[in-house]
Design a protein around this ligand. Sequence first.
Ligand code: AMP
Length: 441
Amino acid sequence: MSSKAPRGTVDLLPSAARTWRYLSQTAYEVFSTYGYEPIETPMFEQTDLFVHGIGEATDVVGKEMFSVLSKNAYEKIMAGEQLKADQRLSLRPEGTASVVRAVREHNLIPQGGAPVKLMYAGSMFRCERPQKGRLREFHQLGAECLGAIEPSADAELIVMLMRFFECCGLPRTSVTLLLNSMGDDACRPAYRESIRTYIHENSADLCEECNRRAETNPLRAFDCKNPACHAVMEKAPKISDALCDDCRTHYETVKKYLDIAGIDYVEDPRLVRGLDYYTHTVFEVQVKDGLGSQNAIGGGGRYDKLMEAVGGNPTPGLGFAIGFERTVMALEAAGVELDSGSNLEVYVATVDDTVRTEVFTVLQSLRDAGFSADCDHQARSLKSQLKLAGKAQVPCVLIVGPEELLSGEVTLRDMNTHIEQRIALHDVPAEVRSLLGTQTA
Ligand code: AMP
């Protein structure tokens, strides 16, 4: 059997895996300066969490979830039986619902202890039609802040997101931060109704899906990729004209803080994030060039109703998720070099079979001293070992041969200058450290 990775998934080969680690590390470093702590939640949850937390009318839950069945559950379904709630499981399509569930389940916000700030990095799964920048398993870096009601928290989160992109090397000029308010329970229902009516009035010019959306989730019509629908929705009533006083004040204050922080944004009254749970501030970071239609590299917003939707006490919340694959595409388009190759520091070359034991011991001493070091395990000639080390851009090579060993020495070769020197075996770690030091000086 010759098997391939499933459609819409990719293997993160060493270079991409190193980049994933680098971006995750950068995120952890940046976010921790804002008080965030790491959390890891399961890759799958009870399906109901996503149904209640994200919303059945969203594409993510309605169309794109991967369900997980145990053998037992599968047999029950085949026998026409119903599954209990705890047997209905789905792979996580996003991280927020799981984090909010974990915060509720483990009571992570003790009285007076708010807010709790959490960050994660991991795979998400959505059964979408794969295309450039859109996968079925993709990786997200996310942050969630629960228990903070003030608009300063919204601004802080956005500043942190932009700081992350900056720390990755993405020029500020290559991205656009879109900003909007989606209102709250006081003003959104009436606005939704006005959009429903607008869709009905323009039904002949809108696609079937948008007409269906009028009944289930009218705001989603703003996201339709069909150019004709886009043109119609351009003229739809704007949420900015429908915000209640509280929402308007909240939104204006967020903008004030962003101005103070020097963060540029473009107000987009038609930015309605795909998931049902958003209230107040929503935002998206889009790349200006090079990513085509999948140009959103991150986005998020405030979700003050989510905790209740998953069975907790009313708790305001906000967060964002960054798409790893699209961020990498954006960085590449901006000419940012992400992976400087393998980090092997020393290659220990074996002159002939008689010295294998010494090579083994020298390698051990180098690794114990903290160097990343490797040797040949395939009886290659010295010439091809040196060629291999050169190709892997290893900065220094130790050549271990019987003749040098007689005087308790080995040869240390600087791969940049090709200068060689004999050094005492017992000085190997110190000499290697000094050579690597002069190379980076
Ligand atoms: P969302 O959870 O939909 O708000 O998405 C947050 C970010 O994840 C987006 O801005 C994208 O960068 C990324 N993303 C979402 N869906 C996919 C996908 N199917 N494939 C790759 N990246 C995705």
